[in-house]
Design a protein around this ligand. Structure first.
Ligand code: ADP
Length: 170
């Protein structure tokens, strides 16, 4: 079988909303892979704040404005199992970000589980910039709800969308 030699990886997550920590991982991943598909999924343990299409739009705009590294990035929502998405895309590499040791246990279990379900899958972990090590989407939503500033934590378009959503504009 003739294989496409360009290196493809899938970066899955809730991205509810995308933060500068997510973009940092994406930018680093683009130094390793030629093409990245960001898969927006729904974590069954979390209630999404933004709809899939809002999350897609915010990511696309942030990528256009902030990602400077060469490479192809596509953003898609998928409501099913990550492994099925990988199959559909003919991909076998998952990229995940690591913030702190506290992420490790969960991520380690996930990576081993995915490999058990499909032995061709590899999970690649990328370490975040230290200034984003405390950052996650939940914190961003919490700060916004109490009218705090999320400047520098999220892309500028996301700052605006958070305000609009909380003010009931959208
Ligand atoms: P999930 O609900 O699947 O964890 P998230 O949107 O919270 O989805 O995160 C998606 C991916 O991005 C995960 O691999 C997570 O570890 C990583 N990530 C999230 N925030 C940061 C950050 N501040 N720095 C580095 N990686 C991050």
């Amino acid at each position: 079988m003739l294989m496409d030699s360009s290196k493809l990886a899938v970066y899955p997550g809730s991205f509810d909303p995308v933060t500068n920590g997510h973009l940092d991982i994406l930018e680093r991943a683009l130094k390793i892979f030629d093409r990245i598909i960001v898969m927006i999924g729904d974590n069954p343990n979390k209630n999404p704040f933004f709809s899939p299409s809002e999350r897609i739009d915010m990511l696309n705009e942030a990528i256009k404005k902030q990602i400077k590294v060469k490479g192809v990035v596509e953003v898609e929502y998928f409501g099913g199992l990550l492994l099925n998405f990988l199959k559909k895309k003919n991909a076998n590499i998952i990229v995940r970000g690591l913030r702190a040791v506290s992420d490790f246990e969960f991520e380690f279990q996930r990576a081993l589980l995915n490999r058990k379900l499909d032995s061709t899958i590899e999970t690649v972990f990328i370490m975040t910039k230290d200034e984003y090590s405390f950052l996650n989407s939940s914190i961003v939503k919490e700060i916004s709800r109490f009218n705090g500033s999320v400047k520098g934590l999220v892309p500028i378009n996301v700052e605006k969308e958070l305000k609009n959503k909380l003010n009931g504009i959208k």
